[in-house]
Structure formats: structure tokens, C-alpha cells
Design a protein around this ligand. Structure first.
Ligand code: AMP
Length: 256
């Protein structure tokens, strides 16, 4: 555990050496006065994390920190990071922790995150989870809750094969349950919607395997720290949004 913490702190700070202790890492677990809500959305691809994170952004002004969206933006702009991760995303593998954590830390350094963040698709590994806790703790903040989106594999495949995304503003649609007003065009900007390459059936199956192996263990990680909240993600978008809206005052109150 001590090694884990040392590793996490060096990943979080980008430094090779570290000096954190168990005591200061534990503070965020046991005394959750987080200043603002910092919510983690945990769940397999297609469980609706992105859709609901977007709603929390609209309704509660939380920053939606979606690592998938950030990587896709880097790829479309052709940045150095984008070039490094393009093939990794196409194959449905995870981007290495050091690159992912550095990108998240950079985003967290922006002042808008002070009012709260919904982490959508991060952390996906134990080292990412430890790095996030270390960083929040360092800033006197902490995770309010990790919300597990529970859904069957069959529902996931069905949902992802009809999922479409606006490549310009990342708005997510579903041709069956959340269709755009005009045929395959974004309601907000009119851009033609696309199917993500990694939503094709073979890649979906691989992403699910990666999720089971590398990300699912985080459910126990957060449960052990009494941070886990489960949500039945097989329901309609409206039902899940209503449930989250009901919980939000509690998260905001707990954070202060
Ligand atoms: P998402 O949009 O969350 O489904 O993410 C799309 C892809 O981005 C994933 O399949 C990974 O290749 C990459 N990715 C997103 N978040 C992470 C993360 N936290 N760690 C590593 N890779 C990630």
C-alpha cells in the first residue's frame, strides 16, 4: 500500500520522488469535506456515463471531465498526444497511465474545476484512482462519491450499436432511445453525426474485456472506502437523470 501511494503521488505530481504519507492520503477517505462535489462515474462503455455527466454539467455547472472526449479532441487536432493515442483508442485499449494522468492533472489545474467535477471515464485503473486521490487531497479536496452504473452486457452491445456522436461538440445520441430531431444531425450545431470507430462490435467486445480486467476492480476499491453508490443504468435516460438530481443536494451538502 505504501508503495502504491508513493507511486500515485509521483504519477500525480509528475515528479520522480515523493514524500506523501498514509496519514495525509487517508484524510480524504475518512473526513469527506470536499469543498465541492467531485463525483466519479464508474461503469462499462455504453452504460450512459457520458450522457448523464453532460446533464450534471448543464443542470449543476459541474465540469464534465471526460478523458475519452479529451483524447478525441487531441486526435482531431492532431496534437503530439493525439498522434500517440490514436491507435490505442481505435483498438479499444487503455492509454498508458502516465499520459492519462498528466492530461487529467492539466485539466484539473484550470480554475473552473473549483466548483466541482464529474469524472467521466476516469479513473480506469488503480494507479489512476490513487493519483486522483493524492491530487485532490493535496488541494484539500476529495471524492464525494463513486457512482457505479450497473447494466447487462446485452444492453450495452444494443446501445452502442445505435449510439451516434457529434464530432464537433461531443453530444451523444441514440438512434433508438434519444434520436436527434433531424436525421443523424446534431440538434445543437447541425453537424452530421458519426458512429465512433470503437463502437463497432469487435472493438466493443474488447473494450468490455478491458473494463472487466482493469476498471471493474475499482468498484471494490471505492466500496471498501465507503464511497460507492450504485445506480441501475438499464433504465431510461430520464429516470437516471431524475435519480441523480435527487441525490445531488446530498452530494453538494456532503461536500461542504
Ligand atoms: P470513452 O469515451 O470513455 O469510452 O473512452 C474512449 C477511449 O479513450 C477508451 O477506450 C480508451 O482508449 C481511452 N481512455 C479514456 N479514458 C481513459 C482512461 N481513464 N485511461 C486510459 N484510457 C482511457
Amino acid at each position: 500500500m505504501v508503495q502504491d501511494i508513493a507511486r500515485a503521488s509521483s504519477l500525480a505530481s509528475g515528479r520522480g520522488q515523493t514524500s506523501t504519507t498514509m496519514a495525509n492520503l487517508k484524510r480524504s477517505f475518512n473526513n469527506r469535506t470536499c469543498e465541492a462535489p467531485y463525483l466519479i462515474f464508474l461503469g462499462p462503455p455504453g452504460s450512459g456515463k457520458g450522457t448523464q455527466a453532460e446533464k450534471l454539467h448543464q443542470n449543476f455547472r459541474l465540469v464534465q471531465l471526460s478523458t475519452g472526449n479529451l483524447f478525441r479532441e487531441h486526435i482531431s487536432k492532431g496534437t503530439e498526444l493525439g498522434l500517440k493515442v490514436k491507435n490505442i483508442l481505435a483498438k479499444g485499449e487503455l492509454v498508458p497511465d502516465d499520459l492519462t494522468i498528466a492530461m487529467v492533472m492539466e485539466r484539473l489545474a484550470r480554475p473552473d474545476t473549483i466548483m466541482g467535477v464529474v469524472f467521466d471515464g476516469f479513473p480506469r485503473t488503480r494507479d489512476q484512482a490513487l493519483a486522483l486521490q493524492y491530487r485532490l487531497d493535496e488541494k484539500g479536496k476529495c471524492i464525494t462519491a463513486a457512482i457505479q452504473f450497473k447494466i447487462d452486457d446485452d444492453d450495452i452491445i444494443e446501445r452502442l450499436s445505435s449510439r451516434r456522436m457529434c464530432p464537433k461538440d461531443n453530444t451523444i445520441y441514440n438512434l433508438k432511445s434519444n434520436a436527434p430531431k433531424e436525421d443523424e444531425k446534431c440538434d445543437l450545431c447541425g453537424t452530421a453525426l458519426i458512429m465512433r470507430d470503437d463502437d463497432k462490435p469487435d472493438v466493443i467486445r474488447h473494450r468490455l474485456q478491458v473494463y472487466r480486467q482493469q476498471t471493474e476492480p475499482l468498484i471494490e476499491f471505492y466500496r471498501e472506502q465507503d464511497m460507492l453508490v450504485e445506480i441501475d443504468a438499464g433504465r431510461s435516460i430520464e429516470d437516471i437523470t431524475a435519480q441523480l438530481d435527487e441525490w445531488m443536494p446530498m452530494f453538494i451538502y456532503n461536500a461542504n
